[in-house]
Ligand binder design. Structure first.
Ligand SMILES: [Zn+2]
Length: 258
């Protein structure tokens, strides 16, 4: 078995979480994503929130990744669109309405994410762009985009909490209450039915876990926080991911030559 075939959704999301931690260490909002080719299971693009560094309000992680893919195809719109429709996105926080719309228009195959985005979530929390008719595929096609929350949900929430506490400390008028309490224990329930129906949940997580769906609780796998994952530093993460992307490109080029 090659390494590609043993990478699971959980492992891919762990990579996105590491990237989000890297962003946090660089002073960014800790939100990150990777795009994975659904056939080879290899990383093909990555993105981190860059709104603070670039002062560009739309420099969201998903847009950064989409831009990387776009560069590869320059004017080949058909190739670009086809490539995107074969991608699975792993993003630490639910895509905002703007990104959800972009991912839907590009007909991204499937989306996995960590925690919901209470204010701007476009995949179930505020709007359900992935499932509704407000946004069509780039070719005018109607389709339902599978979108699965809950992978490393608590870790994704914790990274955001780290960020807000840090920001608050830096602020000239820190809010003492926030500063004092970094909440590491309390997590809101996850109302799965807001994001996916029972059938999809069963398909994704197994019928034996449907009790989590009904009780709105995290899956056993994600109930206790993997502190190592979010407290480590990942200085080589970007280099590692770039290496994987390069490998993918080399394989693709070889295929084209045959
Ligand atoms: Zn966004």
């Amino acid at each position: 078995m090659t390494w590609e075939t043993i990478m699971t959704h959980k492992e891919h999301m762990a990579t996105a979480v590491k990237l989000a931690k890297y962003a946090l260490d660089k002073g960014e909002t800790p939100v990150a994503c990777i795009f994975v080719d659904k056939i080879t299971n290899q990383i093909v693009a990555y993105g981190m929130n860059d709104t603070n560094n670039s002062l560009n309000g739309i420099a969201h992680a998903e847009f950064m990744a989409i831009e990387q893919i776009k560069l590869r195809f320059s004017n080949d719109h058909k190739g670009f669109a086809e490539f995107c429709s074969n991608c699975i996105v792993y993003v630490t926080v639910e895509p905002c309405i703007m990104c959800a719309s972009a991912l839907k228009q590009l007909r991204i195959h499937k989306i996995y994410y960590g925690c919901g985005n209470d204010r701007f979530g476009g995949n179930g929390t505020v709007l359900s762009i992935n499932n509704n008719m407000s946004t069509l595929g780039y070719d005018g096609s109607i389709f339902q985009q599978k979108s699965i929350p809950g992978l490393y949900r608590r870790e994704a929430i914790m990274l955001l909490r780290y960020f807000y506490v840090k920001e608050n400390k830096r602020s000239p008028n820190p809010r003492a209450k926030l500063d004092r309490n970094l909440d590491t224990k309390n997590f809101p329930n996850i109302n799965w039915s807001q994001y996916m129906d029972r059938k999809l949940f069963g398909q994704e997580f197994g019928l034996n876990n449907l009790r989590n769906y009904d009780s709105m609780t995290d899956l056993e796998d994600y109930k206790s926080i993997d502190w190592d994952l979010i407290d480590s530093h990942y200085d080589s993460i970007v280099r590692d991911i770039k290496k994987e992307i390069k490998q993918f490109k080399q394989k693709e080029n070889k295929k084209l030559k045959i």
